[in-house]
Design a binder for this molecule. Structure first.
Ligand code: FAD
Ligand code: MG
Length: 331
């Protein structure tokens, strides 16, 4: 009789020992970068072993490349290019429908500050030129599109440009969406701790191991220095700044975030960081708030659900939403 309980205890001990060894198994951390959408994308992930992490990271990068091919105005075969060429409605995939509907919602809520129809204006300013220059006002007037509301009409899975001058450009939302899809790939691969940074559009899966991720917010004028840090888990944080794509002309800074009313770079902010549930939402909101400026932008963030933010205005003064104040560690 005595034997059986002993065997039972021994078996229990073995199971405990085995599960303890699994849990305490030192996890591996892998970081990889790739150039996608003209942006250096870094993926960091923690998991049980390097091999499975490497596979998940490379699948995440290929998912981002698929989204680039779907949304890029530089790819003739993309759905966005098809809409920009068509004079009638175009049948679109669910991913494109989702992004266009989200963008339209943020356009409406921001009073048109977020505008997906600035493609010709983006082309005119051409920040990717070797020596970008300020276009003539008459040329800007030529390419100013109709209001954001009247950019496109969506019915069912069909999308149509309402105003022929509209040329879609999703530079302010599709990069964030691609990061969201890549986070899904890492999650579906069974990872619980990862971060993806695509040029300031950051998606976080879980925490950094047991701790939250510590995210640095770039100082908009002292590049290489941090303005602040914030600790987050399972969130998105996106920063839009006038220091990312810009040139100086006669002491004036011209950058790539436009006021759709004037066709000129928005002048109210130096940078805007937004924390939200998804990177696509944070991406578009950061662009919208940058155009709205510090006063209207802060009010807009305060009334948006589960969204927080930090604004650096044109004079370098900071403003933070009430829900983020206590989480910011200033440098
Ligand atoms: P954000 O503030 O997020 O957005 C600014 C961008 O949004 C501008 O570049 C413009 O595209 C657009 N925008 C400007 N004003 C507004 C406004 N008021 N409302 C809404 N949108 C506005 N870059 C390259 O150099 N080479 C590439 O091949 C390339 N391919 C890309 C493919 C895709 C699918 C995407 C999404 C981006 C690509 N880019 C590429 C980068 C793109 O050109 C923008 O520079 C980038 O998306 C800007 O992101 P941001 O976070 O810096 O600025
Ligand atoms: Mg953005």
């Amino acid at each position: 009789m005595l034997k059986r309980p002993l065997a039972l205890i021994a078996a229990l001990l073995l199971i405990l020992l085995f599960s303890w060894s699994l849990r305490s198994k030192p996890s591996a951390e892998v970081a990889r970068t790739a150039l996608i959408m003209g942006t250096l994308v870094e993926i960091k992930a923690v998991g049980p072993d390097e091999k499975s992490i490497e596979t998940a990271i490379s699948d995440a990068f290929s998912t981002m490349r698929t989204e680039e091919a779907r949304f890029s105005t530089r790819v003739e075969t993309s759905q966005i290019s098809a809409i920009n060429r068509a004079s009638t409605a175009v049948e679109v995939e669910p991913q494109v429908l989702f992004v266009l509907q989200l963008g339209q919602e943020i356009s409406r809520e921001s009073g048109g500050a977020f505008h997906m129809g600035l493609g010709d204006l983006v082309k005119l300013w051409n920040f990717e030129a070797v020596t970008p220059r300020v276009p003539a006002l008459s040329d800007i007037q030529q390419v100013l599109p109709a209001s954001a509301e009247d950019a496109i009409s969506i019915s069912g899975t069909q999308v149509e440009r309402i105003d022929p001058r509209t040329q879609l450009d999703l530079g302010g939302i599709a990069k964030g969406y691609a990061v969201d899809r890549a986070i899904d790939v890492l999650r579906n691969a069974g990872l619980e701790s990862a971060s993806i940074n695509a040029g300031g559009d950051i998606g976080l899966l879980g925490g950094h191991g047991e701790r939250p991720w510590k995210i640095g917010i770039q100082h908009p004028r002292n590049l290489g220095e941090l303005l602040a840090t914030v600790e987050l888990r399972d969130r998105a944080i996106v920063t839009s700044g006038d220091y990312e794509r810009f040139f100086m002309d006669q002491g004036v800074r011209y950058h790539h975030i436009f006021d759709p009313q004037t066709g000129m770079p928005a002048r109210g902010c130096q940078s805007v960081s937004v924390v939200a549930r998804t990177v696509a939402e944070a991406d578009a909101l950061a662009t919208a708030v940058f155009v709205l400026g510090p006063v209207k932008g802060l009010a807009f963030l305060e009334k948006s659900l589960e969204v927080e933010g930090l604004i650096v205005d044109a004079a370098g003064q900071t403003a933070t939403t009430s829900g983020l104040k206590d989480q910011i560690q200033w440098r």
